[in-house]
Structure formats: structure tokens, C-alpha cells
Design a protein around this ligand. Structure first.
Ligand code: SF4
Length: 472
């Protein structure tokens, strides 16, 4: 998972706004970040490993400015923490940098397309999906002479997987989305500026209003003439398995997106509260207090507390100065991180029957430590409630979930998981409940819960590479 952002202004320098927008989306990736800036004549690029606040502490150079931008924050994937994989990427010709692209997502036929390009003599710097998208478009546009839009359409026809991308080409900005619209990509406008971003909190900080989302398979062009929408003429032809609907990633609502963002037409805060209410309405355990595992479970726990009329307390105090446990690279980092990250408030837990609410269970490592922490803080009973169904399958569309073998939900029954976590009881949302809470679920991918992958996963080679996998 990453965050991508594009901005087009009538003429003012957009660097400060893009910094703010990326900072708002820092939770989507903490590994690396970068900005490509264009002034209509040339494109300049600056990337670095680490947080936005560190990489862009200062303007990289006095001339690093422009009214068109593509920015990116990159999600850490194990072993791939290299600057070559940081986005955006740039294609340069003899006349200078021509195209820049940043993308959020993962491709499922990465190696097939890469081998094709390598056979055409095109070199790769890393194993990043954004680089592949850019070079495939550039190959057809620059080498083969196709008009840019035709080159993008060719990419959409041949490259499979999830991508929400921003592309700078000369004096224009393009937003491009895969035919399933798996990752979010919102459009905002205001004050003569256009902004596209993975999350609407990036629009808010740039003082633009949400206009719409980029539609599945759509290309949106921003220029001095304003916005031009170019719907795909036959998006259905790009989808597999006869699927007629988008396949938005439901995990965006479960965990990734910030609750203040409007994602796939709904504020994640509201959706998460519905998850919590569903859990409460289907629960029969007696509790004294509802406590979230902050921060992604706060709204779920609030929804539970309101629906059950139980007190809501922040019993676990989170240290915000370490990264999100789920996206810390490496198991060692995860194990050490739990105690560093949370400290229990004993007065909240002492002699209480605690309803502890979390968004999901992946490996079970964090949950087990948290249950013990809460019990150690004096809880009489710990009842774990999960605001999503059992995570049983890996994601191939932009989320660095572990292999199936590492997912505790794919190996053990719910009762065995409860026993392993040492909880007094354990309850997940059902798949039906999740569907109910997101309007029926027809427009969503839920493959990590039900194994029903909207894009066929036929090629193990999508996960090859010098570091074990292609990275997005
Ligand atoms: Fe999202 Fe899960 Fe589908 Fe991946 S498999 S896109 S995490 S719902």
C-alpha cells in the first residue's frame, strides 16, 4: 500500500501543498517518498528513504518548483527498502525528462511485461510496479510513436493488477485507474487548483473540495484548459471472470485509510462505526467497558460502545512516534514494537470485563501480546472483538500481507485462535456482516477474507525478484 498524489495549478508553485498532502497520507507508507515537479518545460525529481518530514525538511533546491506535481509515499516491503524502488519514476530522453509517474497498487503480470520490455532493450532500476507502468507507457508513446492516450490505453489492456497512478507528461497531469478501481483515487478542485490523491484528507489540506473519484479504467487529464475526463470506452473488456462491477479494496475501510477520509464514496469513520455496531448487535457476552486498540479500531469500538450502551475508554495509550506495527518491516520489529507502542491504563482495566476491539488479526502476534497486556493490567476477562472477518488469504493487489502459512486465520479455527491468544472469547465479523456494512459488497474486493480474487492470480512469478517479490 502506498499513497499517491497529483496536483495541477493555474501557475503557482505547488511544492508546499504537495508536501502537506503527502504528510497527510504518511500512514500509507513510511519507507520512502518523492515528488516530481514540472513547470511546463522540464520535470525535476527528488526522492529519499524515510518520512516526508525528513526527506523534504527543506526545498531540495531553489529551482525545485513548478505548477504540476506528482507525489508519492511508499509502503515498506521487506528487503526492498532501496531508493531505486522509491516513486515517482522518471523517463528521460535526449531532450530531457519527459514523463514522471507514481502509483499505488501491485501488478499481477509484472514479470511477463518486464521480460517483454527487457527483450526490447529497456533496463530497470528496481522491481517497482510504478517503474514498469511508466516504462510500458513510455515504450509505446516514445519508442513506438503512439499518442500518449493510446499508450496509456495499451498499458491498461496489457498490464494486469491494481494501479491508481498520477502521470506528468509535458505540461499536463494525468490520473489513471485500473479497471477494477481497487485502490482509491479522489479528485478535488478549488481556487484554480486540481488535486488527485489516494485519500481525501490530502484534498482537505490543499483547500480543494472533493469532486469525484477517478472512475474504473478512466484517464483524467488536467491542463490549463481544466479537467478533461476520458472514460474507458469498454472497461468491461479489461476485466476478467465476467465481472461487471469495480472491486474496491474493502481493507481500506477496515484498516488502511484514515477515518477522516472519504473512500469509495463513504467516510471510513462512518463505515467503521457500522462494523462496531454490527459486532455489538450480534454479541451476547457481558462486558463492563469497551476499549479500542488505537488508532484504526477507535471508530469500530465507538460503534460497538454506542450500540451496546457500554462505556467507551481509551485504555491503551499509543506511542505515536513509532510506525504502525502492521507495516513495520520484519518480524523482530513487530515483536519489539508492541510494548513500545502501547501502554495500558490500569485504572480502566482493573477488575473489568473488557471488550477489546481490534480491526483485524493477521499473524496473531500483536493480538496475543495485547490480550496479555490487558490482563496484566488487571482485567477480569478479555473478550476480543474483530471489526473484520477472518483474514485467511494473501493480497496480491498492493498490500504486503504475509503468506497464507503466516496468516493465523488460514491455519487455525476460531476456537484455536482464541486459545492461542489467551482471550476469554473471540468474535469476528462475519463475511455477511462485512457485506451488509458496505452496501452489499458487490463493488468490493474481499479476497483476503473469502479468497475470491477479482483478478486471477495465475502467475507465481508476480512474486519473484531480487528481493523476493515485485514491489508497489
Ligand atoms: Fe484489499 Fe484484501 Fe482485496 Fe487485497 S485481497 S485488495 S487487502 S480486500
Amino acid at each position: 500500500m502506498c499513497g499517491v498524489m497529483g496536483m495541477y495549478s493555474g501557475g503557482t508553485d505547488v511544492f508546499p501543498d504537495v508536501i502537506n498532502g503527502l504528510f497527510q497520507m504518511q500512514h500509507r507508507g513510511q519507507d520512502a517518498c518523492g515528488i516530481a515537479l514540472a513547470d511546463g518545460k522540464r520535470i525535476r525529481l527528488h526522492r529519499g528513504l524515510g518520512y516526508v518530514r525528513d526527506v523534504f525538511r527543506n526545498r531540495p533546491a531553489p529551482e525545485f518548483s513548478g505548477h504540476i506535481a506528482c507525489g508519492h509515499v511508499r509502503y515498506p516491503t521487506q528487503g526492498s527498502n532501496r531508493l531505486d524502488n522509491a516513486q515517482p519514476h522518471l523517463v528521460t530522453t535526449l531532450s530531457g525528462p519527459m514523463l514522471a509517474l507514481g502509483s499505488n497498487g501491485d501488478l499481477t503480470n509484472y514479470w511477463e511485461i518486464r521480460r517483454f520490455l527487457e527483450a526490447e532493450g529497456i533496463d530497470f532500476w528496481g522491481t517497482n510496479d510504478g517503474e514498469l507502468l511508466l516504462k510500458y507507457i513510455a515504450f509505446h508513446h516514445i519508442r513506438k510513436g503512439l499518442p500518449l492516450l493510446d499508450a496509456i490505453r495499451r498499458m491498461q489492456a496489457d498490464v494486469k493488477g491494481a494501479y491508481s497512478a498520477c502521470l506528468i507528461a509535458r505540461d499536463k497531469l494525468y490520473a489513471i485507474r485500473d479497471p477494477y478501481a481497487i485502490r482509491p483515487l479522489a479528485i478535488g478542485a478549488g481556487g484554480g487548483n486540481w488535486v488527485v490523491a489516494s485519500e481525501t484528507n490530502a484534498l482537505d489540506i490543499c483547500h480543494v473540495d472533493l469532486v469525484d473519484e477517478v472512475a474504473p479504467g478512466e484517464v483524467v487529464e488536467f491542463s490549463r484548459d481544466g479537467m478533461r475526463r476520458l472514460p474507458h470506452p469498454d472497461v468491461q473488456s479489461l476485466r476478467a471472470n465476467g465481472r461487471t462491477t469495480p472491486a474496491h479494496c474493502v481493507f481500506e475501510h477496515v484498516y488502511f485509510s484514515r477515518p477522516d477520509s472519504i473512500v469509495f464514496g463513504e467516510r471510513s469513520y462512518d463505515v467503521r462505526k457500522r462494523f462496531g455496531a454490527w459486532l455489538a448487535e450480534h454479541d451476547d457476552v457481558q462486558g463492563d467497558v469497551v476499549v479500542p486498540v488505537p488508532d484504526s479500531s477507535n471508530a469500530v469500538a465507538l460503534g460497538y460502545a454506542q450500540a451496546s450502551a457500554l462505556p467507551f475508554e481509551f485504555g491503551l495509550v499509543r506511542n505515536h512516534y513509532i510506525g504502525r506495527t502492521f507495516i513495520s518491516p520484519g518480524q523482530a520489529g513487530r515483536d519489539d514494537g508492541v510494548k513500545l507502542k502501547f501502554n495500558p491504563l490500569r485504572s480502566v482495566f482493573k477488575n473489568k470485563r473488557v471488550i477489546l476491539v481490534d480491526d483485524s488479526i493477521v499473524r496473531g502476534t500483536t493480538s496475543r501480546k495485547l490480550v496479555r497486556m490487558v490482563r496484566g493490567a488487571g482485567a477480569k476477562e478479555v473478550h476480543l472483538r474483530i471489526g473484520s472477518p477472518i483474514t485467511q488469504y494473501s493480497c496480491y493487489y498492493g498490500v504486503d500481507t504475509p503468506t497464507r502459512e503466516e496468516l493465523i486465520g488460514s491455519r487455525l479455527s476460531t476456537e484455536m485462535i482464541r486459545h492461542h491468544l489467551t482471550a476469554d472469547s473471540l468474535m469476528y465479523m462475519s463475511l455477511e456482516g462485512l457485506r451488509e456494512c458496505v452496501g452489499g459488497g458487490a463493488n468490493f474486493c474481499m479476497a483476503c477474507f473469502d479468497g475470491n480474487y477479482p483478478i486471477p492470480i495465475t502467475e507465481a512469478k508476480a512474486w519473484e525478484g531480487d528481493d523476493g517479490r515485485a514491489v508497489g
